[in-house]
Write a protein that binds this ligand. Structure first.
Ligand code: PBG
Length: 334
């Protein structure tokens, strides 16, 4: 469709930019706290908020503090919180058994939030990297990340999370067939209402570095994740991943990282018209915060502009470490 347009001076495009009131009327995209999912890092202990140096402003919270964070998020109108555990070294093993321990950190935090702030949607991560001694998302056998054996373990992990009461399960592992396997197991176990938000188009990215510091996986990881995460050169393949995961029972899908992949967000939304999310990952957050700390960027403006870009690209929502700060700004609660 070609916009019809008279020529100058009948058309002066600056007319619709003249005042805040007029700009508000013609704004094509809106951003609100309801668009945000807040990723939070959970650690052992009580009363602890332990800063992550490569993510200025982000902390690892003990379960009691995660509950407080969930309450704060609910008060700001943020609908969902996403839990990432920082697992102690002695619980990272070759068999990754802590991943399906009903009392692991993630499951304890889920139960605590659902009890104290039941209206908050709790999302958890399915992948073995917080629990493995290799830092990989799957089991490693003779130097290879094995698919099918990993999927069986991911199913156990997902079932334990469903038992703990999560609303949304986010498989971030990029194994083949995991969405179908998890969906079938959830149905069998009477958890047919648990949503799957698939990390469907997840790229092997340099921008996850600070996250791996935050969950303590950076030191452990040997090699890279290129045999399961996607090649940044590809876009058709993203559509195949998304189509496959929707067909296997995903309710919502994610593109990750976010800002360097807005073209993928747009293509995915147009091709499938499914609930589409982007993850503004740790490295994207760190880049903005580093520039802010140097006095090179205005934090509030850079933050909101980066989040608006996802909505403009077609995303329904964004996972972002800026969630509470952005929501405070949007709601005028400082
Ligand atoms: C691991 C996982 C990663 C992130 C979310 N889940 C890192 C990775 O794949 O190595 C990254 C999030 C971020 O960088 O903010 N399954």
């Amino acid at each position: 469709m070609k916009p019809t347009q008279a020529s100058f001076p009948a058309t002066r495009l600056r007319r619709t930019r003249r005042t805040p009131a007029i700009r508000a009327l013609v704004a094509e995209t809106a951003l609100s706290p309801a668009d945000l999912i807040w990723p939070v890092f959970v650690r052992e202990g009580e009363g602890i908020e332990d800063p992550v140096p490569s993510m200025p402003g982000v902390v690892r919270r003990s379960v009691d503090r995660v509950v407080e964070a969930a309450r704060e998020a609910a008060d700001l109108g943020i609908p969902a919180i996403c839990l990432f555990p920082y697992t102690e070294a002695d619980k990272r093993t070759a068999d990754c058994a802590e991943a399906w321990n009903p009392d692991n950190l993630s499951n304890r935090a889920t139960r605590a939030i659902k009890q104290a702030v039941p209206e908050m949607a709790v999302m958890t991560d399915v992948a073995l990297d917080p629990y493995s001694d290799t830092g990989h998302d799957g089991f490693v056998r003779e130097g290879e990340i094995v698919n099918d054996e990993t999927v069986a373990a991911l199913v156990r992990q997902a079932l334990a999370q469903a038992e703990a009461g999560v609303d949304i399960i986010g498989p971030s592992d990029m194994m083949d067939g995991r969405i179908g396997a998890i969906r079938a197991a959830l149905e069998d176990a009477g958890h047919g209402d648990v949503l799957l938000l698939s990390y469907a188009a997840k790229y092997a990215s340099a921008f996850y570095g600070p996250f791996r510091d935050a969950v303590g996986a950076a030191g452990a990881l040997k090699g890279d994740k290129k045999t399961y995460q996607m090649d940044p050169a590809n876009t058709d393949e993203a559509l195949r991943c998304v189509g496959r995961d929707l067909a296997e029972g995903a309710d919502m899908i994610m593109v990750k990282p976010g800002m360097p992949y807005l073209d993928i967000c747009r293509r995915v939304k147009e091709a499938f018209a499914a609930p589409t999310f982007a993850y503004q990952v740790s490295g994207e957050y760190a880049m903005i915060q580093a520039a802010v700390q140097n006095g090179w960027l205005d934090r509030d403006r850079a933050m909101l502009e980066s989040l608006m870009a996802f909505k403009r690209a077609g995303c329904d929502g964004i996972l972002t470490y800026f969630a509470p700060a952005a929501a405070r700004l949007m709601t005028g609660t400082r």
